[in-house]
Ligand binder design. Structure first.
Ligand SMILES: [Zn+2]
Length: 174
């Protein structure tokens, strides 16, 4: 196993590339309960369970796109967390998204705090825009066959989304 310049923050050991069975990336992608399964990362050589783990940027980009895809394809209406997540996926400020939808920043803020529900037509408009952005970027992130392996896991909790990244390295090499 090839060592690199990273050191484990827990024990100071060198870090190596290893396959990781499962990891909660909720904090990294800004959405609750997102697990990634079976992927390669840079982990502590002495004890891979140490929390210091360096995930590839390409993996995070893929997971963010995968969660956006799951939201727009499988969820009938948008929760406050989903509105916020999709706005960030579209790289919009509240003001910019509001301008596009014909509402002010305060209204967008209310959708994101759950103070007022987003109208269904507005959710559909956002969904359309997210789908357009995904169709442009998805093939670069993952071959079509792999897209189908991203799925919503109904049980057991707390995993809300599970992304299997088994062949991500091969995809990145294309
Ligand atoms: Zn360590």
């Amino acid at each position: 196993m090839e060592e690199n310049h990273f050191r484990c923050e827990t024990c100071g050991s060198p870090m190596v590339r290893r396959r990781v069975a499962s990891y909660d990336v909720s904090g990294l992608v800004g959405f609750n309960h997102v697990l990634v399964e079976d992927f390669e990362a840079t982990v502590c050589k002495r004890d891979p369970s140490h929390e210091t783990m360096v995930l590839d940027g390409s993996l995070i980009d893929f997971v963010v796109a995968a969660v956006a895809k799951m939201i727009v394809e499988h969820i009938p209406s948008l929760t406050q967390q989903e509105v916020r997540f999709l706005r960030k996926f579209l790289e919009c400020t509240q003001t910019k998204l509001g301008e596009w939808l014909g509402v002010d920043r305060v209204t967008v803020g209310r959708w994101e705090t759950g103070e007022t529900p987003m109208p269904v037509a507005t959710a559909q408009a956002i969904r359309g825009r997210v789908m357009a952005q995904l169709s442009a970027s998805w093939p670069k992130l993952m071959p079509r066959a792999e897209a189908d392996r991203v799925f919503k896991k109904p049980e057991p909790r707390p995993a809300q989304f599970v992304v299997q990244a088994r062949n991500l390295e091969a995809a990145a090499a294309c």
